[in-house]
Write a protein that binds this ligand. Structure first.
Ligand SMILES: [Zn+2]
Ligand SMILES: [Zn+2]
Length: 321
């Protein structure tokens, strides 16, 4: 598949995209399979483990990949940074270098078709899921997209996580670990094969799918449906959406986030539930997070969309003329 820039953008380098067919097939199979298998394989312990992993891996992405790595909204000691990175990596959505590079491109070219990696202006399938199957000529080569993350490049762990082969190995090992844990946690004194498969389905496979789509909702729903209390860049369609915030730890306050991307807190009002912020606040109270960036009410006020004054009644205008 080839895509050519419009003549108006002739000064920009031509961006070509192609579909990564092997990855697309693997992604679709490992997405559909657990959605079918959960009806045949489920146990109380596997469902509990699913929710625990959803929280731990999900916070690894929201607190770590997003607020810490992409936006440097706070700082933590290296050992904790690596721990958070590993939690996020277990969601199997690529390593921090690729994830952060794509996210920085999203903020830089927000909602510009062909430049923003995921915008609803290129269709719902593309923004929610399809973009992960595409390889863009301007960023696909690691040597190119790594230019977007100079602050993370020195870290050997992040460079190791950046190889696609590492992702596949991590995914297989995660499934194996889930299988073994499920087997060990089932029948007392014996390996419980049924519970092992339940864990494989719920923890190894379904968890990745759930988190992938939760982030898909941020990219799709939070650029289409919801409120826009703050002024953002021209063309930026970001919205605040409570349901997405509840689903993925406060990341649904996306208009707030696009207005103040460096803020560690995205639910800027007391009633805007933001679990990722509560975790950062707890880390700060424990003395583990420092340089936590906040946005003062005065700065917020300056970006608020002001309601337009109501037009004067026509009769009064005519009476003055
Ligand atoms: Zn966005
Ligand atoms: Zn962001």
């Amino acid at each position: 598949m080839q895509e050519t820039m419009s003549p108006a953008a002739a000064e920009l380098p031509e961006i070509r995209t192609r579909t990564d067919v092997p990855f697309t097939i693997i992604n679709l199979v490992t997405t559909v399979a657990p959605l079918v298998l959960v009806f045949y394989y489920h146990s109380r312990s596997s469902i509990v483990a699913f929710f625990v992993c959803y929280v731990v891996f999900g916070l690894g992405l929201t607190v770590g990949y997003h607020r810490l790595f992409s936006h440097a909204a706070f700082r933590v000691p290296k050992w904790l940074e690596h721990t958070i990175a590993i939690c996020g990596y277990l969601a199997i959505q690529r390593g921090p270098l690729f994830w952060v590079a794509m996210h920085r491109l999203h903020h830089k070219y927000v909602d510009i078709p062909g430049k923003d990696p995921h915008t609803p202006k290129e269709g719902l399938w593309h923004v929610h899921f399809g973009w992960t199957h595409e390889r863009r000529s301007d960023v696909w080569d690691p040597m190119i997209y790594r230019l977007l993350v100079p602050d993370l490049l020195d870290d050997k762990l992040y460079r190791f996580m950046d190889y696609e082969a590492t992702d596949y190995v991590a995914y297989v090992l995660l499934n194996l670990a889930a299988f073994l844990a499920g087997g060990a946690l089932g029948l007392p004194g014996a390996f419980d094969t049924h519970n092992a498969i339940c864990f494989l389905v719920w923890v190894g496979m379904l968890n990745r799918v759930a988190l992938l789509h939760a982030f898909g909702f941020i990219n799709s729903v939070c650029h289409l449906v919801g409120s826009r209390p703050f002024r953002t860049k021209e063309g930026d369609q970001s919205t605040n959406n409570l349901l997405v915030s509840l689903l993925i730890f406060g990341e649904g306050w996306h208009n707030n986030h696009h207005a103040f991307p460096g803020s560690a807190r995205q639910g800027l009002r007391w009633y805007q539930i933001d679990p990722s912020w509560y975790v950062i606040l707890l880390l700060e109270k424990l003395g583990l997070a420092r340089s936590v960036r906040r946005v003062s009410p005065r700065v917020q006020e300056r970006k608020l969309r002001k309601p337009r004054p109501a037009p004067e009644p026509l009769a009064e205008v005519e009476a003055r003329q």
